[in-house]
Ligand binder design. Structure first.
Ligand code: HEC
Ligand code: HEC
Length: 337
């Protein structure tokens, strides 16, 4: 009996030591630094056409301002408004910490005026900051072609610098542990598979696919994904909704959002019975729920051609029967299949 108790006692001590070691390692290793992630070989252009394409990407398709502008400014904006990406969107994540987006205007002190083209491009394509640290939430930026990456960087060089010193993000001990464990993909460098590039200026299903799986990244939210320890991998048919990775309501965190099924399934597809006109009107109408993570204020600035291309692509997908439930609900509510 005594030996068994001793053995259990010994195991308990070992377990506690193990946890202490793990927690200490996590705390000491934070923030994780990835200086070896290569910089894309692109150079900013001064061609007005390239800059105009970058402007459209930043404020519409690739929705940079949805994260790089304070949320209140975004909510108060009107269609066509050109918001400054001066940073300062705050995600308050309780004991995990507070994440703040960077000022990406060309201010040399508080923005990206002293970043090289490659450093900006690396942040966009791989989620690594100038100082080599992983950039939280940049995994939400979809893959874009070298042409589009060049356009975004070229445009950012031309916008008015705004002096806005965003305080650094803060991380609680729990955040340091989770962002290196189950939530590691929040801050780990990533490389998404490139989607065949189709330039703007024409309507086609292929352009729709490029937008939806590339820079507009509808796929990133409206599909199931998993972290396989190295990368985010999509699971099951894309665009069939996301039931396992709900996004907290930005304004009422006791609610969560479940991106709906966008495939043309007549029962469970959110757009069942919609036609192109209804889709474009919906995309232009903006948010219904104030705390939704979807970049409604950016997407509504997309051209008719691009929204039409998106419709062509989404309505061509194989219908997938998948009930994702109410788009906004308390996270633990049970679902019937
Ligand atoms: C889902 C939200 C989100 C989206 C969308 C987003 N960003 Fe970010 N970005 C962030 C956050 C948050 C940070 C700061 C991360 C940190 O400090 O850990 C950041 C950091 C950056 C940085 C790094 C600054 C540095 O310190 O070197 C650059 C550059 C950047 N973003 C550019 C962009 C561009 C360009 C787009 C659009 C193509 C974009 N971001 C879209 C959230 C986002
Ligand atoms: C950051 C995550 C995110 C991204 C990216 C995203 N969505 Fe959504 N989407 C949501 C969520 C969450 C909802 C449900 C809440 C809402 O309607 O705002 C939603 C709802 C919708 C709806 C249903 C609206 C309704 O009236 O019921 C449509 C249609 C839609 N998204 C299309 C798109 C398209 C097209 C794209 C890409 C251009 C896209 N979404 C990108 C998260 C996202």
């Amino acid at each position: 009996m005594k030996t068994i108790l001793k053995l259990i006692g010994g195991l308990l001590v070992l377990a506690v030591l193990g946890v202490v070691a793990l927690v200490t390692t996590c705390a000491l290793r934070w923030p994780r630094n990835y200086p070896d992630v290569p910089m894309p070989a692109i150079t900013a252009s001064t061609d007005p056409e390239v800059i105009a394409r970058g402007k459209y990407l930043v404020h519409a398709v690739a929705h940079c301002t949805a994260c790089h502008t304070p949320f209140a400014d975004t909510l108060a904006s009107k269609p066509g408004d050109v918001l400054s990406p001066k940073g300062g969107f705050e995600w308050k994540m309780g004991p995990l910490g507070t994440i703040r987006s960077a000022n990406i205007t060309p201010d040399p002190r508080t923005g990206i005026g002293n970043h090289s083209d490659g450093e900006i491009a690396r942040a966009i394509r791989h989620g690594v900051k100038k100082n080599g640290n992983g950039a939280l939430f940049m995994f939400g930026v979809g893959p874009m072609s070298d042409e589009d990456l060049t356009a975004v960087v070229s445009y950012l060089r031309t916008i008015p610098p705004v002096e806005n010193a965003v305080p650094p993000s803060e991380f609680g001990l729990l955040g340091k542990i989770l962002f290196q464990g189950p939530m590691a993909f929040f801050a780990r460098p990533h490389t998404y598979e490139q989607v065949p590039y189709v330039a703007p200026g024409g309507r086609s299903l292929e352009r729709g696919r490029y937008l939806a799986e590339g820079p507009a990244f509808c796929a990133g939210c409206h599909s199931e994904y998993e972290d396989d320890g190295e990368a985010i991998v999509f699971v099951g048919p894309k665009f069939a909704g996301n039931r396992t990775n709900p996004v907290p309501d930005e304004l009422e965190p006791e609610y969560a959002f479940y991106p709906p099924n966008l495939t043309p399934d007549p029962q469970t597809g959110r757009m069942a019975g919609w036609n192109e006109q209804k889709f474009i009107e919906r995309m232009r109408a903006g948010r219904v729920w104030p705390g939704s993570p979807m970049a409604w204020e950016s997407y509504r600035n997309m051209t008719d051609e691009d929204l039409g291309s998106l419709w062509d692509y989404l309505s061509s997908l194989p219908p997938t029967v998948r009930n994702v439930g109410e788009p906004r609900r308390k996270p633990d509510e049970e679902l019937d299949d």
